[in-house]
Design a protein around this ligand. Structure first.
Ligand code: IVH
Length: 684
């Protein structure tokens, strides 16, 4: 009996070790992906580890722990945020706008320190985001809050926990390894690409667009439902601290390195230690020169005295420190004239007004279009055709109209109203109560359909290579495609009758369409373009329920049982699946052979002959290399670029290169394309 107990506790110990191993593995890969931007494993492999961990934690809840990567999105929606008092107030910075003011700052610093020596400064980008404090106690993330008025902010811990670059537990590396308590301060922000994508989606769904990435980040971190925050792709970069106990450093630069060693994201790449004010000025100019190339917005440089002893000596005045200033960049604005306003129609039928302007250069980029979002926005700014306007670039590509210069307005100009009819199909355009957007009411409007099909075929969705925008336009215009399911009923003859479609490209496209039938379930779900179902929600849902058909059977309450799925997302799914045309379309997709459940990444088992194997390709095979790579990864294997002892298979196509010789030399198994196809269950 005792022995039974022994072996049971041994088994439990092994399970606990395995859970710990998976957690560390996932944390490491989160860090590589979200902080270092250099993933080492495929999404498929990552998801598999994650799934294994989830299953173990579900079966052995006694080992659950708050710092497990599975516990990022967990909390339910709340009604209001608690207050969070900052132990040390969070100050703001005084702004300066020209070189003279920087020189004055340096003179003041030297005078107060009583030194005529050169002062070393750290010059960092000033991120345009939301100031946040994260409290780590004994290595664990305890809470996180906004700056608020500097003394008291809002406790947004559940939202903070969803940000993948923020570690839930610290590493014990470097000079701060032994820190027992630390208030890490920094900026939560949204990258340009994520900002543009979010605004595009909001335009589509009739929600008001965010004016700039800062507002988007602020709106996202203050969501009462953490599910929504989790889908916003927020990022964090640290730039300072409040309290620190158990460890210390003597300079700001060492502090940044120390934070970095703890696994906290810092902006060291753009940060420079500058000996004196001239060097600081140079780095300010260098940052200004690269600001357009950075993946996030910066609105200036922050110049800080490097020595922490000197910082204390200099102290603070009312609300900002005497040891730092923000040297702002010129705003990225310009003036131009609106030639006319055009209206585009999106996937959900939303009519989006776009100002077509006389081209103008804003911060190095030529601009001739600006989205006006919706009627409310047009009314609020009273934007009219023919107006002279100030425009501003926010995000990567889509500029904004800041204001109209009414003094230049033509006396004959009239207010602009989005038309009452769809500019493409002529159907009535209606504005639903409580929504900012006007929509074309015709669900088979060709403009809507084109956008729906484009989304369906896009890279992150069904990934149908060769089915580009122009082709989709033709297919819809010729009435060959009336919904995404029709794609699977096209034949090579029909395709090759289209403009610019040679026989060869038609047959390649047919193959790409065939291949897409085995897309993983989460991509299939995402491809349906259900409002609020982004890639992440799609993954969570298919991880929990398997395929789309099972998700279709669930009611809102069942959907919400999934951690990470909030009430709005659940309702959106229920609404979509209760629409008979959607149900019919899914049925037609499935009867055409789209079988995502079988190819679901998470259902890949060790039974696949490619599971855990490394494959190298040589010579040309009829499946494009990128697709072949994806297929191997979906089956749980990986693709190598050269043949080594660790290679399991070499797939040989026509005209193989020296890799075949190498394979023979190392006695690595060589297989033909046919055998490879058989392995992956892929014929034709
Ligand atoms: S230092 C006492 N460094 O700008 C120093 N702030 O008005 C406090 N910010 O609320 C901040 N990038 O949120 C610092 N590299 C940087 C920054 C930065 C952006 C924000 C911060 C602060 C505001 C200052």
């Amino acid at each position: 009996m005792d022995r039974g107990k022994d072996s049971q506790s041994k088994k439990l110990e092994e399970i606990q070790n395995e859970i710990e191993r998976l957690r560390n593995l996932i944390k490491r890969h989160d860090y590589l992906y979200y902080v270092m931007d250099s993933p080492e494993i495929s999404d498929t492999e990552y998801d598999r580890f994650f799934r294994e961990l989830e299953l173990l934690e579900k079966d052995y809840p006694q080992f659950l722990s708050l710092d497990s990567p599975t516990q990022r999105v967990g909390g339910a929606a709340i009604e209001k945020f608690d207050q969070m008092t900052h132990a040390i107030p969070m100050l703001s910075l005084s702004n300066i706008f020209d070189e003279g003011e920087l020189i004055d700052f340096d003179s003041r610093v030297r005078k107060l320190l009583g030194t005529s020596e050169i002062v070393p400064y750290v010059v960092e980008p000033k991120l345009d985001g939301v100031a946040i404090e994260l409290i780590y106690e004994n290595g664990l993330l305890l809470s996180g809050g906004t700056r608020g008025d500097g003394s008291v902010g809002e406790d947004v811990t559940p939202n903070i926990r969803t940000i993948k670059s923020i570690p839930l537990s610290l590493r014990s590396n470097g000079p701060l390894a032994k820190v027992s308590l630390i208030d890490v301060r920094g900026e939560i922000f949204m990258g340009r690409a994520d900002f543009d994508a979010l605004n595009k989606e909001r335009d589509e769904t009739g929600e008001a667009a965010f004016a700039n990435p800062r507002n988007a980040a602020a709106g996202s971190i203050r969501q009462l439902d953490p599910t929504v925050t989790a889908q916003r792709h927020l990022k964090f970069l640290a730039h300072g601290i409040g309290r620190i106990e158990g460890a210390s450093v003597t300079t700001h630069m060492d502090l940044l390195y120390g934070l970095n060693d703890l696994g906290i994201p810092t902006n060291l790449n753009q940060t420079k230690l500058c000996e004196g004010v001239d060097a600081a000025l140079n780095h300010y100019h260098a940052l200004n020169a690269v600001r357009n190339e950075l993946p996030f917005e910066i609105d200036g440089a922050v110049i800080k005295v490097n020595s922490l002893k000197w910082q204390i000596q200099l102290g603070t005045k009312s609300r900002s420190p005497r040891w730092a200033v923000a040297y702002k960049f010129q705003p990225m604005q310009a003036e131009t004239k609106i030639l006319r306003i055009e209206v585009g129609v999106g996937r959900t039928g939303t009519l989006t007004p776009v100002a077509i302007m006389a081209p103008v250069n804003v911060g190095g980029v030529n601009i001739s279009r600006a989205t006006l979002h919706n009627q409310d926005e047009i009314d609020r700014k009273d934007i009219r055709e023919g107006d002279v306007v100030v425009i501003q670039r926010a995000g990567d590509v889509i500029p904004e109209v800041v204001k109209v210069k009414e003094e230049f307005r033509d006396s004959l100009s009239v207010p602009y109203y989005i038309p009452d009819h769809c500019p493409v199909c002529g159907s009535e355009a209606v504005r639903l109560q409580g929504q900012a957007a006007k929509r074309c009411a015709n669900s088979s409007c060709p403009a809507r359909l084109k956008e729906t099909v484009k989304h369906f075929a896009s890279r992150d969705a069904m990934d149908i290579e060769g089915l580009g925008d122009r082709l989709i336009d033709q297919l819809v215009d010729k009435d060959l495609v009336r919904d995404p399911a029709d794609i699977y009923y096209l034949d090579a003859d029909t395709l090759s009758s289209l403009d610019r479609m040679a026989k060869k490209s038609a047959s390649n496209l047919i193959r790409a369409i065939e291949r897409s039938k085995m897309a993983p379930a989460h991509r299939f779900l995402f491809s349906l373009g259900i409002p609020l179902i982004g890639e992440m929600a799609a993954r969570l849902l298919t991880q929990a329920f398997g395929d789309v058909s099972s998700i279709q059977q669930k009611d809102a309450a069942q959907l919400q049982e999934i951690s990470g799925i909030g009430p709005e997302v659940a309702q959106s799914l229920v609404t979509f699946f209760s629409e008979p045309t959607n149900v019919r379309m899914i049925e037609r997709l499935i009867s055409a052979g789209v079988s995502p459940s079988l190819a679901d990444e998470y259902s890949v088992t060790t039974a696949s002959p490619l599971f855990g194997k490394t494959v190298v390709f040589t010579g040309s095979i009829s499946i494009p290399r990128n697709d072949a790579k994806k297929i191997v990864e979906t089956a749980g294997g990986s693709v190598g670029s050269s043949v080594t002892k660790k290679t399991d298979f070499v797939v040989v196509g026509e005209d193989p290169g020296s890799k075949l010789d190498k394979a023979r030399e190392l006695r690595v198994r060589v297989i033909s394309e046919e055998e490879f196809r058989a392995f992956i269950g892929f014929s034709n």
